[in-house]
Design a protein around this ligand. Structure first.
Ligand SMILES: C[S@@+](CC[C@H](N)C(=O)[O-])C[C@H]1O[C@@H](n2cnc3c(N)ncnc32)[C@H](O)[C@@H]1O
Length: 203
């Protein structure tokens, strides 16, 4: 629904196309522009409820025979959506901030880390410390993001964006900021999209 409670274009499109939330269009736009998820990718989706990004991530893996994996984590218990998801999608109910990094890594293929990490956790809920924790979770030595991997983090438009952009830029081949078309006009959210983790990063 829109901020005024009236169904908006993206809400109606989500209903029509079988996505569980309009947020699907944010990741679809990122996919179209940056091709973050490719067939066979292993994707970690932090803050995955109600599951629209799980759907888009699974679709982006292509046919089942291509392999790949999507693991979603959320404070809420999430039922894997029946539409657009298949047996490659699994969810874990946990607080990302309290999950030991080694445990998250164990969820990845051969425990080698994920090739894509998406964080759509609400900054208002998780706060600035979660952003820092998410960063260290993803980039630290033995972190959960593999070398060459891609990272998406939701931020609020503020000075922090520049600060975090400065941290990420040297670590990745490319870092970009995107305000997706499906973002509500009243929202300050912006996504930092980092492509190609260059080497084992230090926090
Ligand atoms: C905007 S929603 C994500 C929407 C999702 N990307 C989708 O498309 O369906 C943000 C989610 O982050 C979760 N979240 C916030 N802080 C969290 C934390 N510390 N650990 C796990 N999940 C968290 C919330 O429970 C909420 O479901």
């Amino acid at each position: 629904m829109s901020g005024a409670g009236k169904p908006d274009f993206f809400y109606r499109e989500a209903q029509r196309l079988g996505y569980v939330a309009r947020s699907a269009f944010k990741l679809l736009q990122m996919q179209k522009q940056y091709k973050l998820i490719t067939p066979g990718s292993s994707v970690l989706d932090l803050g995955c409820a109600p599951g629209a990004w799980l759907q888009v991530a699974c679709q982006s893996l292509g046919p089942l025979k291509n392999g790949g994996l999507v693991v979603g984590i959320d404070l809420k218990k999430v039922k894997v959506p029946a539409e657009h998801c298949d047996s490659r999608v699994q969810t874990v109910c946990a607080d990302v901030m309290k999950l030991p990094r080694a445990h998250v890594r164990e969820l990845s293929p051969q425990q080698k880390g994920f090739s894509v990490v998406l964080s759509d956790m609400c900054p208002l809920v998780s706060g600035i410390s979660s952003k820092d924790a998410a960063l260290s979770l993803e980039l630290d030595d033995n972190g959960v993001l593999r070398r060459g991997g891609n990272l998406v983090i939701k931020l609020l438009e503020s000075e922090d964006v520049q600060e975090i952009n400065k941290i990420c830029k040297p670590l990745f081949r490319k870092a970009s900021l995107l305000r997706p078309k499906a973002t509500r006009s009243s929202s300050r959210e912006i996504y930092l999209i980092c492509q190609g983790l260059q080497s084992q990063a230090k926090t």
